[in-house]
Design a protein. Structure first.
Ligand code: AMP
Ligand code: FE
Ligand code: FE
Ligand code: ZN
Length: 300
């Protein structure tokens, strides 16, 4: 394998299996067309797109890791935990993801009721239809609000109704970050903190304190490269990753039409995630699973 220094990867991508607009196959094709050597599909709370993505990745000879993005809470703050290179058929892990999607299914009608209460005639059935009964979330509600011509764009739907703190925002009944990290480890994977600098509130002890406490719970990596991170933030996150001996990950978090101006592999134009990060993650994980073949939660 030619590990040229300029080889790139994208380790944060969404498909129609959650709230992206491209099918898993289209995501892989776009990553390949953008020149990526490696990728991971990280749909919210589901691995339903993986088999299709892997088939396409094999055809196009782009390297792929299994992936997922789990919404969790830590010290009352919502955090997103990325899981990589785990066994997508691990039974307890699949059961956990099923449970998380069930919680999503229960949350949709509650948000819809809030919208109805403020006079918006939206129906849950349409939201589930748009989500194709996969991993429904606020972006699918936003699309229905656009369809009903109540909002011009999905962004407007978040800004007016669905975003954190807006009238129809409903806190999710999420699992703890500790549970998410342990479950990823038990399925043989690596856990990374997604977009650490993109938060609606400030955790106690600031970013460094949050990372330190997640490290104690077994966190393996930090998402350093993300379109929401300015150069200064990336530098700070690299420093924190080195300080806490964490691996680094990165990706565009592209949702297709749901993230205008963000391209796979390139983010807003200046994203460059070295393929070396993909390689380091895979090597570390495979070395650890050889060291403990009975896969179980690793000590923090
Ligand atoms: P949910 O998983 O239902 O809580 O929805 C979260 C998803 O909605 C995120 O993964 C983003 O894709 C999108 N999202 C969250 N907040 C915003 C926002 N303020 N503006 C646009 N999209 C957002
Ligand atoms: Fe999303
Ligand atoms: Fe996220
Ligand atoms: Zn994401």
């Amino acid at each position: 394998m030619n590990l040229a220094d300029d080889a790139l990867c994208d380790l944060h991508l969404h498909s129609t299996a959650s709230d992206g607009s491209m099918t898993p196959k289209e995501v892989v094709r776009s990553a390949h067309a953008a020149g990526m050597r490696g990728m991971a599909l990280t749909d919210h709370d589901t691995v339903a797109g993986f088999i299709e993505a892997r088939r396409e990745a094999e055809d196009l000879e782009i390297e792929i890791l299994s992936g997922v993005e789990i919404s969790a809470v830590h010290d009352s703050n919502e955090v997103h935990i990325l899981g990589y290179d785990f066994d997508v058929e691990d039974r307890p892990f699949c059961e956990l993801l099923d449970d998380l999607r069930e919680r999503r299914n229960r949350r949709i009608p509650k948000i819809v009721t809030r919208l109805n209460e403020i006079g918006i005639p939206i129906q849950s059935e349409r939201v589930f239809a748009i989500a194709e009964n996969q991993s429904p979330g606020r972006p699918h509600i936003a699309r229905v609000l656009v369809e009903l011509e109540i909002c011009r764009t999905t962004q407007e739907a978040f800004d007016r109704y669905l975003g954190d703190g807006k009238p129809a925002h409903l806190k999710r009944n999420a699992i703890s970050a500790e549970q998410a990290i342990s479950a990823i480890h038990a399925a043989g994977g690596i856990a990374s903190l997604a977009h650490p600098a993109m938060r609606s509130s400030h955790p106690p002890g600031g970013l460094s304190g949050q990372i330190e406490s997640l490290r104690r719970l077994g966190l393996d990596a930090l998402e350093v490269h993300h379109p929401s991170h300015l150069r200064r933030t990336r530098r700070n996150l690299k420093r924190l990753a080195r300080h806490f001996e964490l691996l680094m990950t990165g990706g565009s978090d592209c949702h297709g039409d749901g993230s205008p101006g963000v391209a796979i592999g390139r983010g807003r134009g200046d994203l460059r995630v070295p393929f070396a990060l993909f390689d380091a993650l895979q090597q570390r994980n495979r070395a650890e699973s050889q060291a403990s073949p009975e896969t179980g939660p690793r000590p923090a």
